[in-house]
Design a protein around this ligand. Structure first.
Ligand SMILES: [Cu+2]
Length: 232
């Protein structure tokens, strides 16, 4: 009988630990609300007519009264420390088998990438992006603010997908905590094709965080410099 109660007690403790970890993880992960691309109708492509959609994001050097950024749970600490973040969400969704155009308005400063691979555009139509209306295939690796880099989970059950663009750095008062934000942010646009549905992750490859060669802290935090990228 004693053994029976000990077994029951250990199961209850086990369940409590798992539930506790789940609650802690969900409370601290701060998964932002879903941001789905806006459908923009059919367009002609060399492969025939295709659905299209658009998505708009901003990158800020720090939160402010103008743009609060994520503030729930663990995010409150990042917000008070003035880390940069993608906005309005890092939980992104785009349609499958479509031509998707993303516009990112970049208000932050920057510096040198650790690896110049990330200074080049990868995975867009024609391998290009535009910066303030000008078409380019790369950016000076010493003047990058952030990158938007979508990649595959290490699994083979879904289509391969890889996309990466560098976001040019601003100079001037974008350095450090900038309030007000620069009035002439860098506007980056790029277009890519999606295939069959899949679930991917994205992050920034510029060392803009804390710890681990500045790849820790907000760099690995949903709502800041990483998120999910769903093709549906
Ligand atoms: Cu970054």
């Amino acid at each position: 009988m004693k053994r029976f109660f000990a077994a029951i007690a250990s199961v209850i403790v086990g369940v409590a630990v798992v539930a506790g970890v789940a609650i802690f993880a969900s409370a601290t992960s701060g998964e932002p609300a879903l941001l789905a691309a806006t459908p923009t109708g059919m367009v002609d492509t060399p492969e025939g007519p295709m659905n299209s959609a658009s998505l708009e994001l901003q990158v800020y050097p720090n939160n402010s009264s103008e743009v609060p950024g994520p503030t729930d749970g663990v995010n409150a600490a990042y917000a008070s420390q003035g880390w940069p973040f993608y906005w309005p969400s890092t939980t992104l969704q785009v349609p499958a088998n479509s031509l998707v155009t993303v516009t990112i308005t970049q208000y932050d400063s920057g510096g040198q990438l650790l690896n110049p691979f990330w200074s080049r555009v990868h995975g867009t139509v024609d391998g290009t992006m535009t910066v303030d209306g000008k078409t380019v295939t790369e950016w000076d690796p010493d003047k990058v603010g952030h990158t938007f880099t979508v990649h595959q989970y290490p699994e083979s059950g879904q289509p391969y997908f890889f996309l990466s663009v560098p976001l040019p750095a601003n100079g001037g008062n974008a350095v450090g905590n900038a309030n007000p934000y620069v009035t002439d942010p860098k506007v980056v646009t790029f277009t890519f094709k999606t295939g069959a549905p899949g679930t991917y992750v994205w992050n920034c490859e510029f060392p803009c965080g804390d710890l681990y060669q500045e790849f820790g802290g907000p760099m690995q935090q949903r709502g800041w410099m990483s998120g999910t990228f769903e093709v549906v």
